[in-house]
Design a protein around this ligand. Structure first.
Ligand SMILES: [Zn+2]
Length: 436
């Protein structure tokens, strides 16, 4: 069932067939033939998979997530269907502010308590529906936007976090389907959603779809880079430079992945349009990027690479330790650019001089949240730490790889790993972090 569980495997096979057919390089749009072929495969395979999970393991309940985009209303109509026959899942308690999430209906009992909605799930399963206002401002620009032809947002916006109450040892088997106007297609960090795709997160008992989503009339490019399935997708006609991004990833991702093997197997770069938030934002399996954002800024730093380091980081940092996430993201975005030949040694050094001037001018320090001069300070600290480790015959690379693999992103674990490599305390860390 290993291959069957992975719809992307079929997607890749299908793309290879198309490429053999003398179309090695093209902006893809959904063809009805392709959609029908994949649908025929997945209806059978995903359907049977969910059924066998349910039949084979008495601790598993099914959750089918669906969202239908309604561009004329600026909304999505969401449905959660819970399949169970033994009452494993008893309650879902959603964080759903009223101004964005409305019209809740469901089997079993439902009640709203402030910004939360609590659904008592019937013992033999049931259905919950609600509406989501898609557009969302971040500062003065949208980080979620729907137009007549497309939508860019996070799946987290459609399926917000929920506390679950369920039997001890039980867990969900989750799948995702999406729909909208006839000509729309859907790209996510789980792959293209033609029919049901499995949503997997081994860390969670109650799994929900997360990460960026691009829906609508799309231009899409796919590639395998560093053994990762990469998709760059954006609405057509919005000047998103997919091939520039793919070339940049071909240039830098192999170095990044060999340094940080925790980078996910599937990854989506989601492009918005010029009216959207003018930056880059990472999700667990995807990033959003504004079309005007340079791949490398004039000062030698790269927002895209910075966000890619965040993507390789398996968990958010511990409270108080955001400087670790931001400092490492900036340090390794510069380092990977230098190693891959994207910037010269001279520019690499000059980028650090600018960070130093910034940190000194604005009194940068280790901070949470970390931005601006504080992140500049943390970046320089990691450079000093790398030098200290290299002088002792080690280096920061293996420590960061281990740090990410251990999934304990906090200052104590960082110090332990560094002291272990140095066989003693680190002068650099002692300067910025008082001893135990
Ligand atoms: Zn960052």
């Amino acid at each position: 069932m290993g291959l069957i569980l992975n719809p992307r495997a079929f997607d890749t096979v299908f793309m290879q067939i198309i490429q053999i057919g003398n179309m090695p390089d093209f902006v893809e749009s959904v063809t009805s033939h392709r959609a029908r072929l994949l649908e025929a495969l997945f209806v059978v395979l995903v359907g049977s998979c969910a059924a066998c999970a349910q039949a084979g393991d008495k601790n598993v309940y099914d959750v089918e997530y669906h969202a239908e985009f309604l561009p004329a209303e600026g909304e999505a109509l969401v449905t959660l269907e819970v399949g169970q026959d033994n009452g494993l899942l008893r309650e879902l308690n959603f964080d759903v502010p009223e101004q964005r999430y409305s019209d809740f209906r469901g089997s079993g009992s439902l009640r709203r308590d402030g910004s939360r909605v609590i659904w008592s799930v019937p013992p033999r399963g049931g259905q919950l529906t609600y509406r989501v206002l898609v557009n969302q401002l971040r500062g003065n620009a949208h980080d979620a936007l729907i137009t007549g032809n497309w939508a860019v947002l996070r799946l987290d916006d459609l399926f917000p976090p929920a506390r679950s109450r369920s039997d001890v040892g039980s867990y969900s088997s989750a799948s995702l389907t999406l729909s909208g106007p006839a000509e729309w297609s859907f790209e996510t960090g789980y792959g293209r959603v033609d029919t049901a795709v499995q949503v997997v997160n081994p860390d969670r008992r109650f799994v929900r779809p997360v990460g960026w989503l691009v829906a609508g009339e799309l231009g899409v490019r796919r590639s395998e880079i560093a053994e990762r399935q990469i998709v760059v997708a954006a609405p057509t006609g919005e000047s998103f430079r997919r091939m520039d991004i793919l070339a940049f990833l071909n240039w830098t991702l192999p170095d990044l992945v060999s340094l940080l093997p925790t980078f996910p197997d599937q990854f989506l770069v989601a492009g918005g349009n010029r009216d959207m938030w003018r930056g880059a934002l990472s999700g667990p399996n995807s990033i959003y990027l504004h079309p005007d954002r340079p791949l490398i800024s004039e000062n030698g730093t790269s927002t895209l690479l910075h966000e890619l380091v965040h993507v390789a980081m398996p968990d958010p940092p511990a409270q108080g330790d955001d400087w670790i996430a931001e400092g490492l993201a900036e340090y390794y975005s510069l380092t990977v650019l230098r190693r891959s030949g994207g910037i010269s040694q001279h520019r690499f050094e000059s980028a650090f001089l600018k960070l130093k001037a910034w940190a000194e001018r604005d009194n940068g320090q280790l901070a949470d949240p970390s931005t601006g001069a504080n992140t500049a300070f943390a970046t320089l600290m990691f450079r000093d730490l790398d030098r200290e480790l290299q002088a002792a015959g080690s280096g920061l690379d293996p420590i960061v790889a281990q740090f990410f693999a251990d999934r304990q992103i906090n200052r104590h674990r960082l110090r332990d790993l560094v002291e272990n490599a140095l066989a003693g305390p680190s002068k650099v860390l002692q300067n910025v972090m008082p001893a135990h």
